[in-house]
Design a protein around this ligand. Structure first.
Ligand SMILES: N[C@@H](CCC(=O)N[C@@H](CS)C(=O)NCC(=O)O)C(=O)O
Length: 212
């Protein structure tokens, strides 16, 4: 299978998951910031124009972080990355949804691409006439999201309780964006981030991405 990824993107969580699972895979790096995901050749693979994109061995394409992570975990059941317990599984899906939809999609989305939310805001910033309110709103949403998640990790090593699940790889990628945007991680999330950084799979992928 083949993972399409780009520097600084959420695809890092899927790349780390592939390493953790020890499954054979290849990768292709895209210049996402330069618009490579919107080139016709890539849109023919994933019309959404997004990474992570996974092309499986049968040629079928899977998109969306949670879907890719779920499929990888379900097809490597020995890794135990999806809890058997229904309540814990529900908590895992809850965390995935909040990280992907709210903290990433709504919060960091406003920080990285304010023009998608309010084109005038970008004009105002460029001309010095405005305050960049969309980015500020995104920042507040991220901080609020982190504040909501932080108590859930109190006394736990992982995103959902005491065992590694696919939610850890999602939480990791938004935690990783925080210091890049000068956003302080609350204490429990900082501990989680540090714990993830110490994992060999994370170090392998960060080295491959030129970050370590
Ligand atoms: N809902 C998607 C979001 C993926 C996404 O936003 N990917 C970003 C990088 S983190 C991307 O490819 N952006 C390229 C673009 O929008 O042009 C998922 O969960 O996989």
């Amino acid at each position: 299978m083949k993972l399409y990824w780009g520097p600084h993107t959420c695809a890092i969580g899927i790349h780390i998951l592939l390493e953790e699972l020890g499954r054979p895979y290849e990768t292709e790096k895209l210049d996402v910031a330069g618009g490579a995901t919107h080139a016709p050749a890539f849109l023919a693979i994933n019309p959404k124009g997004k990474v992570p994109t996974l092309v499986r061995d049968d040629g079928s394409v899977l998109t969306e972080f949670g879907a890719i992570a779920t499929w990888l975990a379900r097809t490597s059941p020995e890794a135990g990355l999806i809890p058997e317990d229904a309540d814990a599984e529900g908590r895992m899906v809850e965390m995935l949804g909040y990280v992907e939809g709210t903290i990433h999609g709504q919060g960091f989305g406003r920080i990285f691409a304010p023009g998608k939310f309010e084109p005038q805001d970008v004009v105002h910033q460029a001309t010095g006439l405005g305050s960049g309110s969309v980015r500020r709103q995104g920042r507040e949403m991220v901080e609020q999201g982190f504040a909501i998640l932080d108590p859930q990790l109190a006394g736990h090593d992982f995103a959902v309780g005491d065992t590694l699940t696919i939610a850890d790889f999602a939480l990791f990628y938004v935690e990783r964006w925080a210091p890049q945007q000068d956003i302080a991680l609350p204490a429990n999330l900082q501990r989680h981030f540090d714990r993830m950084l110490a994992r060999p799979a994370v170090q392998t992928v960060r080295a491959a991405w030129g970050e370590a």
